[in-house]
Design a protein around this ligand. Structure first.
Ligand code: GLN
Length: 192
């Protein structure tokens, strides 16, 4: 998984609990050993700059566009969006998801909040933790919406999506100790 910035440890613990051999990636040589990839929560503009500085940006973009299964949470979702709104000036993304993602989208109402929502591929409600989270403003054909916010001012906003081998959530399943969202990603890799 991407380990230049963000809540890497929480993801590694979740993957570990699922029996996945997961490790932090900071260099292109480490990326070459990956069958799947996770981009954590953190600060997407910093992630993009560090990925450039460590020569990881282009190899990672290539692997994602070649079909490496990839899961991004929060900042990771922003990194995977083909287009972003409210990015910092010149902010780059890796792409892979044909969506427009609005950075810090909930921030205008409330910075951080928690709610339960239904998610495709996961049985029963998912407790979703949002921290200065983005939402998906719009999706292209071929993008599957996996979850939306239910109720409140942001009712109906898209917060989980999947396209080909790429999946992303606006929220942080890595911080709740409930590994079902990670499991759905791992099962998805196993199938593909
Ligand atoms: N606001 C952050 C960003 O723009 C994302 C926040 C998070 O990952 N919790 O990257």
């Amino acid at each position: 998984m991407f380990a230049l910035q963000g809540d890497v440890r929480e993801h590694l613990h979740a993957l570990d609990r699922l029996g996945v051999e997961a490790f932090g990636v900071r260099r292109p040589e480490e990326l070459a050993r990956c069958d799947g990839f996770v981009i954590p929560g953190g600060e997407s503009s910093t992630m993009a700059k560090l990925a450039r500085a460590f020569d990881l940006f282009e190899p990672l973009r290539e692997r994602i566009h070649d079909g490496m299964p990839t899961f991004g949470t929060c900042a990771g979702m922003i990194m995977l969006a083909e287009k972003i709104e409210d990015g910092v000036v010149g902010q780059e993304t890796l792409g892979g998801l044909d969506v427009v993602v609005r950075r810090n989208a909930f921030g205008r109402q409330v910075d951080s909040f928690e709610t339960d929502l239904d998610m495709v591929g996961v049985d029963g409600p998912v407790h979703a933790v949002f921290i200065r989270a983005p939402w998906v403003e719009s999706v292209s054909d071929g993008v599957e919406v996996l979850a939306r916010v239910e109720g409140g001012e942001a009712d109906g906003r898209i917060v989980a999506v999947r396209q080909r081998a790429v999946m992303a959530t606006s929220f942080h399943p890595e911080v709740t100790g409930d590994d079902r969202v990670h499991r759905s990603f791992v099962e998805f890799i196993a199938q593909s």
